[in-house]
Ligand binder design. Structure first.
Ligand code: NAD
Ligand code: UGA
Length: 453
């Protein structure tokens, strides 16, 4: 089959995989290939046991795989053949050197840039799909265009806004797609080429064009604003627990104001996920290096509030359970950072588990999709942590249950049956406010939720 264009994605992770699959689904005229240095991951993408869990993903993969969607580890060959290369490698927080703990670690991006230069024999558009510090395109252009083959690479920023658990829905029907480029003739041309991919299914009015710096920075700002809303409502939850106001009623009351809006106002144990903390720290670092101390401090507080919320939760458990958790069996319902994903990166459940272990509690964890990752994350604690798939089994003889993830499953369990199997007094701490507390208390539980006295 003769394809109109060859699109390559470097990085077959939570973003590269779903994003490119949906592009392949809507653009049969393009050949879409995803490569990764991780051979195991690439092998898994070619089976029905995909390397990530995402509702609806397998259906789209099955529709496209082998037709116009391909997976490969032959990075050199695929780079050479591609017209457009999306770079979707990880950009974690630096764990060493200058900017340690805040700046983005761009080593994977830079390696990719050098691999592109080495393997290319023709001009290509390079699309920043990874989340990057503002002005990264400049560095990327320098590396790419200092090649000695006389090849020109045009860098376009196209940040991804999908959320895990709803990735396919978000990609199929995005609020907006953002494409930023240099405002030169070649820049505009490259921008249009990327826009043309999305126009196959996204209405034009939802495709935002901007300069490349605005596009890069918008991504960091979007995540910072979303996380800030959670920290804001979580700060109010602490106030509610002291005053008798109910944070869920407050969310409803303020969210009804169309200027505020009702989304992202669920008070919780805290936000997790691989990006909110990393992207805010990146924003903080950029502001600091530009001498904008007040700006840096302002955003850093969003993270401090999140950490406070996690600590506050465990403190409440401790105080409620008579100031000792030693040898008490505590079951975490959920370990994923949110429902409908097996991803546990920066999950609040990890920090809660760690604090409970410091109190010498016997920690049990149950989760429908994240137990494999939980075991890896908590490996250092060995058999001090127990993993049980069935929540009813996990809860037997427990002193307390703490809901960490808002899985639908946990909204529909038979809590009477669970209560009967637990030690008394049986405590329940709802870190996601998903249960009806009066019904839970009627069963006999001593129950607590976020932002409710
Ligand atoms: P991930 O870790 O799941 O995937 C990244 C992949 O890149 C890995 O499979 C890794 O093996 C591969 N890789 C690294 N270096 C490589 C190289 N030199 N050549 C080939 N492959 C290489 O990460 P992710 O969650 O998909 O995130 C990727 C980027 O997208 C990050 O910048 C992140 O901030 C951003 N982002 C993530 C999400 C999300 O929901 N996870 C949403 C929007 C944006
Ligand atoms: C988030 C953004 O929503 C995406 O737009 C962005 O593309 C992505 O980060 C990214 O850059 O990685 P994600 O982290 O997958 O997506 O999931 P969210 O739905 O944003 O949830 C993040 C965390 O906040 C979860 O732990 C969730 O439980 C928590 N949350 C969310 C709350 O505690 N309260 C809320 O009201 C909403």
């Amino acid at each position: 089959m003769n394809f109109q264009k060859k699109i390559l994605c470097i990085g077959a992770g939570y973003v590269g995989g779903p994003t490119m699959t949906v592009i392949a689904d809507h653009c049969p005229q393009y050949k879409v290939t995803i490569v990764d240095i991780n051979e195991e991951k690439i092998a898994a993408w070619q089976t029905d046991e995909l390397p990530i869990y995402e509702p609806g993903l397998l259906d789209v993969v099955k529709r496209t795989r082998g037709k116009n969607l391909f997976f490969s580890t032959d990075i050199v060959k695929e780079i050479d053949e591609a017209d457009i290369i999306f770079v979707s490698v990880n950009t974690p927080t630096k764990t060493f050197g200058e900017g340690k703990g805040k700046a983005s670690d761009l080593q994977y991006l830079e390696k990719t840039a050098h691999a592109i230069v080495a393997a290319s024999n023709s001009a290509k558009i390079i699309v920043e799909k990874s989340t990057l510090p503002v002005r990264t395109a400049e560095a990327l252009e320098k590396i790419l265009n200092s090649n000695e083959k006389g090849i020109h690479f045009e860098v376009v920023s196209n940040p991804e806004f999908l959320a895990e658990g709803t990735a396919i829905r978000d990609l199929e029907n995005p609020d907006r797609v953002l494409v930023g480029s240099r405002e030169t003739e070649e820049g505009f041309k490259a921008r249009q080429t990327v826009v043309d991919i999305y126009k196959n299914w996204v209405p034009d009015e939802r495709i935002i064009r901007s300069n490349v710096w605005s596009s890069e920075l918008s991504k960091l700002v979007a995540n910072a604003f979303l996380a800030q809303r959670i920290s804001s409502i979580n700060s109010i939850s602490a106030l509610c627990e002291k005053t008798g106001a109910d944070v869920t009623e407050i969310s409803r009351a303020i969210g009804a104001d169309s200027r505020i809006g009702n989304k992202f106002l669920n008070a919780s144990i805290g936000f997790g996920g691989s990006c909110f903390k990393k992207d805010i720290l990146n924003l903080v670092y950029i502001s600091e290096t530009l001498g904008l101390t007040e700006v840096a401090e302002y955003w850093e507080n969003v993270i401090k509030m999140n950490e406070y919320q996690e600590k506050r939760f465990v403190k409440r458990m401790l105080v409620t359970m008579f100031n000792t958790l030693a040898n008490k069996k505590i079951v975490l319902f959920g370990f994923a950072f949110k429902a409908d994903t097996g991803d546990t990166r920066e999950t609040p459940a990890y920090y809660v588990a760690k604090m409970l272990l410091e109190e010498h509690a016997n920690v049990f964890i149950t989760d429908p999709k994240a137990l494999k990752n939980a075991k890896i994350d908590l490996a250092e604690f060995g058999d001090k942590v127990n993993y049980i798939e069935d929540p009813y089994e996990a809860a037997k003889e427990a002193d307390a249950i703490a809901i960490m993830t808002e899985w639908n499953l946990y909204k529909t369990l038979d809590y009477k049956k669970i209560y009967d199997s637990m030690r008394k007094p049986a405590h329940l701490f709802d870190g996601r406010n998903i249960l009806n507390l009066s019904q839970i208390e009627e069963i006999g539980f001593d129950s607590h939720a976020i932002g409710i006295q």
